[in-house]
Design a protein around this ligand. Structure first.
Ligand code: ADP
Ligand code: MG
Length: 338
């Protein structure tokens, strides 16, 4: 099976609103392995820390009990291992190996889709471990019910214990991650540079980390200090790719399509709720995702800057209290590729 990465610990995992639930659940599993949160399933899109958390669980269990037997394995690796076991007539060995561990960590179980024999085998391993009160931790890029090609009984088992999502980090968390990672690399990162990068690189932690490493490397190489201007120049290609995605026009088009209204409706003075909400969402997105000022955004919507400011505050408040709005907002962000 795979090796646990010693750098993927809880101590190195920066907590924010987007991942605090998953982190808490993972820590709970370390305290009470094989307990009520079994299996623990962490799901969410790529680069958001699922693998990191899974290793953190493994590392922490090992730290508490050096004799604990932990199997960490990617789902693809598990499949290959199983196929090889069949081919060499060693399925008993395979079964014994995975059924005798204290904790089984399987990464990226969406790869089990359409692999019927593997699923069958995993089903039995799963049952054996759960019966023996051994901890299982799984990650997936989607909520299991949404994965095609996975047996229903297995899907339901995946969510028997606790399923927690990791979400894309908000601005504050992105900044915290940048600052912590720079510090770990022994480089003090000025706050304005952290803000600059965090505002522009929004997709996931992996890309954020990549941007930071690029900055640090080229600042060392050229002996230049890390300033906002330096970051702007060094990350030019990367940032251009992001900026291309999110223009006000693109936001308008995406919001209009999402709510099934006309783009012109976003500029109309009509105040019906069915138009006002999408309009406010579009303005709030423009403020969050582009570099345009409030007056510029106002102009693009035929409103003044106080209307834009009001929209931003309104949507920000509603995202906390209104699940539907929050979901709409996040879906549109995703459609915009951020
Ligand atoms: P996933 O498995 O969800 O695709 P990973 O766990 O591989 O994502 O994370 C991608 C990279 O980002 C890793 O280097 C990981 O250490 C880092 N990372 C993700 N989330 C955090 C976090 N909250 N704090 C620190 N590093 C993180
Ligand atoms: Mg992963």
């Amino acid at each position: 099976t795979g090796r646990l990465n010693p750098d993927y610990t809880f101590a190195n995992f920066i907590e924010g609103k987007s991942n605090s639930q998953a982190r808490a659940a993972a820590q709970y599993v370390v305290e009470t392995p094989g307990g009520t949160y079994n299996p623990l399933l962490i799901y969410g899109s790529s680069g958001l820390g699922k693998t990191h958390l899974m290793h953190a669980v493994g590392n922490a269990i090992c730290a508490r009990n050096s004799r604990a037997r932990i199997a960490y394995v990617g789902a693809e690796q598990w499949i290959n291992h199983f196929i090889a076991a069949i081919r060499h007539g060693r399925t008993d060995e395979f079964k014994n190996l995975y059924r005798s561990v204290d904790a089984l960590l399987i990464d990226d179980i969406h790869f089990f889709a359409h692999k019927d024999r593997t699923q069958e085998e995993f089903f039995h391993t799963f049952n054996a471990l759960i019966d023996a009160r051994k901890q299982i931790v799984l990650t997936s890029d989607r909520y299991p019910k949404e994965i095609d090609g996975i047996d229903e009984r297995l899907k339901s088992r995946f969510t028997w214990g606790l399923s927690v999502a990791v979400e894309p980090p908000d601005l504050e968390t992105r900044m915290a991650i940048l600052i912590a990672k720079a510090e770990a690399a022994g480089v003090p990162l000025p706050k304005d540079v952290a803000l600059f990068v965090a505002q522009r690189v929004r997709s996931n932690v992996r890309e954020l980390e990549g941007a930071l490493l690029r900055l640090i490397a080229s600042s060392r190489l050229r002996g230049e200090p890390l300033t906002v201007d330096f970051a702007r120049t060094t990350l030019k290609d990367l940032l251009a790719a992001y900026d291309r995605l999110v223009t006000i026009d693109n936001i308008k088009r995406t919001v209009a399509a999402y709510f099934n209204i006309r783009i012109g409706d976003l500029n109309s003075p009509r105040r019906t709720r069915s138009l006002a909400r999408p309009r406010q969402i579009a303005m709030a997105l423009a403020k969050e995702l582009t570099q345009h000022s409030l007056p510029e955004i106002g102009e693009a919507f035929g409103k003044d800057h106080t209307t834009v400011l009001h929209a931003c505050r309104k949507i920000s408040a509603l995202r906390e209290t209104d699940l539907k709005i929050r979901e709409d907002y996040e879906n549109i962000q995703r459609q915009l590729g951020v």
